[in-house]
Design a binder for this molecule. Structure first.
Ligand code: PLP
Length: 647
């Protein structure tokens, strides 16, 4: 497996060795509570204050509040609470203040979510209005100019986490000044620290939250800057730590680690310069352009952080790219880490008016200012290797092919269709193709030069046949005229279609597939609309529980030693396998993509009955493969729980 190249720094970064050492020291000798008045406490307090002093110098904030907290979500929360409480109090006093909160359309979800929460809880009744961005992802200053006089609170970010787009903070400040807006202004500075110059006290910014883990400090430590005389309401009350502004015993290990990072920033001898980072990005951009000639960048590079690239490749979804990059050991993401588990399109790209296909294909590559040239070299080489893997045809015969025809499962949200294909004649037949996959299936056929003979439906399916023919611009939806006849074992003669050397026989709204031997159908699959076709010869399935099928990562080495004859099957797609073949405790895995497992089932049920261990990246696909084999009667099909990422 490929060693990891981490290009997801906007999600989080590794910890600077000096920061880890500082945290260890703070937990060992320097474990004192900074509120204690004895020597151990005094030492902790001195450390905390020296980090604060350094932060003030680095952020250009000699004045105003600078409190340590758990991170930007807390800082945003505190700023929102402070601003909304101030609005409520001003209203109660009969003072004029705006009725709008303007929220940058591309803000991190922490901002609109906190605003909605506190606006409701405090009963402030402010109208939360989105401040749109233009196609470059920058705030629409014309809209701001129009609304600024009514704004009570304006929330914008210094740089966007998904696209790296750097906001025109000077432009925003000027509009607020010119329109004599009374608005308080929060600028989420999370992605700016260490990448953009900051001079907070000299700016008009009222609140600026930071998170340490975006710049080589650990998770769980952050800072909030609040301008002098700007309203402030503590989010947490208790022991009065941080001058009563943020109660709770301080995270001294985090503060010490953040101090080491800030120290490095101030010394200027640790992180790469802006020019060096730009050069690194230019090389990645060139590698992407060379490897994927149609690549489109979703934010103008001249307005983006030098450490972030957001791109889309026509014809490849974000998931396609991510899977193959991950197999090659390149850790990138489709957008923000918080939304990685959701399949929702990016609100950031939507706000920029990026076409849907680019949103569905978007990939974010981000690195930190510690990046080394050698890592960029390796990343460029792997991008090229990934492009080669992604260009592989999907309809290929596999090493264990039974007869000639292949069977691909077309699975979408629990519904399944099937594609029977014959590589020799380049012909294929689709059964119950899901509508949602019609475009992708058509692209797969056309890329492989396949001729679609028919798109058929069983009693259960059918909706996608027309869509597939329309997208593929070929094939007939429904049983075509002029087929042949096939004889079944029971003597019946039924209409059939030839697919290479095999035949598909129509029996009412069921389809039987196999080869004619001595003029009689030797059956391989029966498609009757069930989730898995009937695979013949049939084997009686022994009873099993789901738990019997899962092997824990900690148990796998022992299991492999106890089953030297077992076959390890990598069920990732062929492209992932090409980008990073899989080896498990010295065993080379055989690649049979999940979509092709049914095709191979009879081989494993009858011809080669060794125990099977299915493996994939996260454990989801391998669990399904094991379940399919067990349901078809295989007594010894296993799956590696959690995937090889844990093994
Ligand atoms: N703001 C931006 C721009 C971010 O990128 C993030 C994290 O991804 C946050 C806020 C929230 O930071 P945290 O999760 O560290 O509280």
């Amino acid at each position: 497996m490929n060693p990891e190249i981490y290009l997801d720094a906007n999600a989080t970064s590794p910890v600077l060795p000096a920061a880890a050492s500082a945290a260890m020291a703070a937990m060992a000798d320097g474990f004192g509570n900074p509120s204690s008045s004895h020597a151990a406490g005094l030492r902790a307090r001195a450390l905390r204050e020296s980090v604060r002093a350094c932060a003030r110098r680095v952020l250009g904030a000699p004045e105003g509040r600078l409190t340590f907290n758990s991170g930007a979500t807390e800082g945003i929360q505190t700023a929102v609470l402070s601003a909304l409480v101030a609005v409520r109090e001003a209203r109660a006093d009969g003072q004029p203040c705006g009725d709008l909160v303007l929220i940058g359309a591309t803000e991190h979800k922490a901002v609109p979510e906190s605003l909605a929460h506190w606006n409701r809880l405090l009963g402030t009744g402010l109208e939360l209005r989105t401040l749109p961005v233009d196609a470059d992802g920058r705030h629409r200053l014309d809209v701001l100019r129009e609304l600024a006089p009514r704004a009570a609170f304006v929330c914008t970010m210094a740089a966007n986490n998904e696209t790296g787009v750097v906001s025109d903070l000077d432009g925003i400040a000027q509009v607020l000044r010119e329109s004599a807006s009374p608005a308080l202004w929060m600028v989420d500075c999370v992605q700016a620290l260490g990448k953009l110059p900051l001079n907070l006290s000299a700016s008009r910014i009222d609140y600026a939250p930071f998170s340490g883990h975006k710049l080589y400090a650990p998770k769980g430590i952050g800072m909030l800057y609040v301008r002098t005389k700007t309203p402030f309401t503590p989010l947490m009350c208790g022991g009065g730590q941080e001058g009563g502004q943020r109660s709770g015993t301080e995270n001294m290990a985090g503060i010490a680690a953040l101090g080491a990072v800030l120290d490095a920033l101030e010394r200027g001898d640790t992180f790469r310069t802006h020019a060096a980072l730009l050069a690194c990005r230019a090389r990645l951009v060139a590698a992407l352009q060379e490897s994927f000639p149609g690549v489109v960048f979703n934010a103008p590079l001249e307005h983006a952080l030098p450490t972030t690239i957001n791109f889309s490749v026509p014809g490849l979804s974000s998931a396609d790219v991510l899977e193959v990059f991950d197999a090659a050991g390149l850790r990138v993401s489709a957008g923000s880490a918080c939304s990685a588990a959701k399949a929702a399109p990016s609100h950031v790209l939507d706000a920029m008016g990026v076409p849907d296909w680019r949103g569905a294909s978007a990939v974010r590559m981000s690195f930190g200012p510690l990046v080394e040239d050698a890592v960029i070299d390796q990343a460029c080489a792997r991008i090229a290797a990934c492009a080669r893997a992604l260009a592989l045809p999907l309809l290929q015969p596999l090493p264990l092919a039974v007869d000639d025809a292949g069977l691909v499962q077309l699975e979408h949200e629990g519904t399944s269709g099937w594609l029977l294909f014959d590589p020799a004649s380049r012909t294929c037949i689709a059964i119950d193709p899901p509508t949602a996959l019609a475009e992708r299936t058509a692209a797969m056929l056309n890329a492989g030069g396949y001729r679609l003979l028919a798109a058929l439906s069983t009693a259960q399916g059918g909706a996608g046949t027309l869509a597939l023919c329309a997208h593929a611009r070929q094939g007939i939806a429904g049983w075509p005229d002029g087929g042949i006849e096939a004889r079944l074992e029971d003597g019946r003669h039924l209409p059939a279609l030839a697919l290479g050397q095999d035949v598909l026989v129509r029996e009412g709204d069921k389809y039987l597939f196999g080869r004619l031997r001595d003029g009689v159908l030797a059956l391989r699959f029966v498609f009757d609309g069930a989730a898995t076709p009937v695979v013949t010869p049939r084997v009686a399935a022994p009873a099993h529980s789901e738990a019997d099928m899962e092997l824990d990562a900690s148990a796998v080495a022992r299991w492999l030693a106890a089953h030297p004859e077992a076959l390890v099957v990598d069920v990732r797609c062929a492209r992932e396998c090409a980008a990073g073949p899989l080896e498990l405790h010295g065993r080379i895995a055989l690649n049979v993509p999940l979509a092709r497992v049914t095709e191979h089932a009879s081989h494993w049920l009858v011809a080669d009955t060794r125990p099977l261990l299915f493996v994939c990246r996260s454990g989801a696909r391998s669990a399904r493969a094991a379940r399919t084999l067990r349901s078809l009667g295989h007594p010894r099909a296993w799956s590696l729980a959690g995937g090889f990422a844990l093994a």
